[in-house]
Design a protein around this ligand. Structure first.
Ligand code: BTN
Length: 230
């Protein structure tokens, strides 16, 4: 995989688009982003000291129904990386990686689909290492807050790339999911309700049980209530 290193860019997910015509897999890393983007149109704090990278991958034969494998693979790469520094990461469905109940990494995926297949994907990963998280302390955490001797961002970045290049299985993803069987708060559009999370299906959908009734969710947000000890 070709590697590109930048000091600064608006968003690596945007910068990497210039390689879409090339057909070669590439990863673009930046020391900081001035307009880091998160999911649902949110911004992503991207100051110096964090890992901000995007990987562009071309696929020959990936049916759109299997697009979740891209997300699962990215989450596993992040968890393996975080775990290798002695931390205990967990996946919050479907694209956040938490340590101790706070978000240490976020993943933003932008796929190009045609004819029922994923042709290419841009996987953007932001991982908090030494970067300041001013104002986000309640919900976000960095390696600097968790380790007495936190690694340099470059060390974490290089390991993350290695883990991203290595293959992974859906079972690896499930190995980092710790909320199944627990009560979660589900937010579906305007509606918020408690439910028990039962299963994550191989296509990425979440099976929940709400007042005894089982339902499968494809797009929703979950959070863990105050009852959960992290
Ligand atoms: C989220 O948690 O909402 C997803 C955050 C994704 C952030 C990464 S940082 C690298 C890449 N470039 C961006 O602008 N966003 C992603």
């Amino acid at each position: 995989m070709k590697r590109v290193f930048l000091s600064e860019t608006a968003s690596t997910n945007d910068y990497i688009r210039r390689y879409l015509g090339g057909g070669e897999n590439v990863v673009v890393c930046a020391r900081r982003q001035t307009e880091g983007r998160g999911t649902k149109g949110r911004s992503f704090s991207s100051e110096d000291g964090g890992v901000y990278l995007s990987a562009l991958t071309f696929y020959e034969n990936l049916p759109a129904e299997r697009a979740f494998t891209i997300m699962a693979h990215a989450a596993v790469a992040v968890c393996k990386t975080v775990g290798s520094f002695g931390l205990c990461p967990e996946i919050k469905w479907c694209n956040d990686v938490l340590v101790g109940g706070k978000k240490i990494a976020g993943i933003l995926i932008e796929n190009a689909l045609s004819g029922g297949f994923v042709r290419s994907s841009i996987v953007g990963i932001g991982l908090n290492v030494l970067n300041p998280l001013t104002g986000l302390e309640e919900i976000a955490v960095g390696m600097k807050d968790l380790l007495s001797r936190p690694p340099a961002a470059e060390t974490v970045r290089d390991l993350l790339i290695e883990n991203y290049i290595a293959p992974s299985e859906f079972s690896d993803y499930l190995g980092y999911v710790r909320f199944l069987g627990e009560q979660v708060l589900v937010r579906e559009g305007e509606r918020s309700y408690p439910a028990v999370a039962r299963e994550i299906l191989p296509d990425g959908r979440l099976l929940i049980e709400e007042r005894g009734e089982r339902r499968v969710l494809s797009a929703a947000e979950i959070s863990f209530g105050a009852w959960r000890r992290s």
